[in-house]
Design a protein around this ligand. Structure first.
Ligand SMILES: [Zn+2]
Length: 155
């Protein structure tokens, strides 16, 4: 699997992290599939209700609204532009997923009532106001979570 970022994603994330300070923020990741297994993250949502690590799971109404807006913007070309996963920040500790993060994401892809069978979890942390630490973990139904890398490294 190959993941890359559209050019404006990293500056937008950095700005959101600056504004949030020590508050945890997050939302959804939206991607364009360039080839099978090759994705470019082209947009992300910023959940207005997020703020506590224990509650990073998105609000369902907001989720639906953000997803609908993305689909409209991309011409409802679902096979090319679609949901890719979740992101959130760890302002005050390592950008690695916590046990709870792994459980929440596993539940998302393994839950029989969910249409989601594959999702990435991107965790970001602003360091020294200049660069971003990150981890990216792929979750797929029936598989153990595994670490993924962004093809073009954050600056
Ligand atoms: Zn977390």
């Amino acid at each position: 699997m190959r993941i890359e970022l559209a050019p404006d994603i990293e500056p937008r994330l950095r700005k959101a992290l600056h504004q949030a300070g020590s508050r945890e923020i997050g939302g959804m990741l939206f991607a364009e599939q360039l080839a099978p297994g090759h994705f470019r993250i082209v947009d992300f949502s910023l959940d207005p209700l997020s703020g506590s690590h224990a509650n990073f799971r998105r609000d369902l109404a907001f989720h639906h609204e953000a997803l609908t807006a993305f689909f409209q913007k991309t011409g409802r070309d679902f096979s090319r532009f679609n949901y890719l996963g979740e992101w959130h920040s760890h302002p005050s500790f390592s950008a690695q997923p916590s046990r709870e993060d792994i459980d929440t994401m596993t539940d998302l892809v393994e839950n029989g009532s969910s249409e989601i069978t594959f999702a990435l979890l991107l965790i970001v942390r602003l360091r020294f106001w200049m660069w971003i630490d990150y981890s990216m973990t792929a979750f797929a139904q029936g598989y153990a979570p595994h670490q993924a890398r962004i093809a073009k490294r954050f600056i």
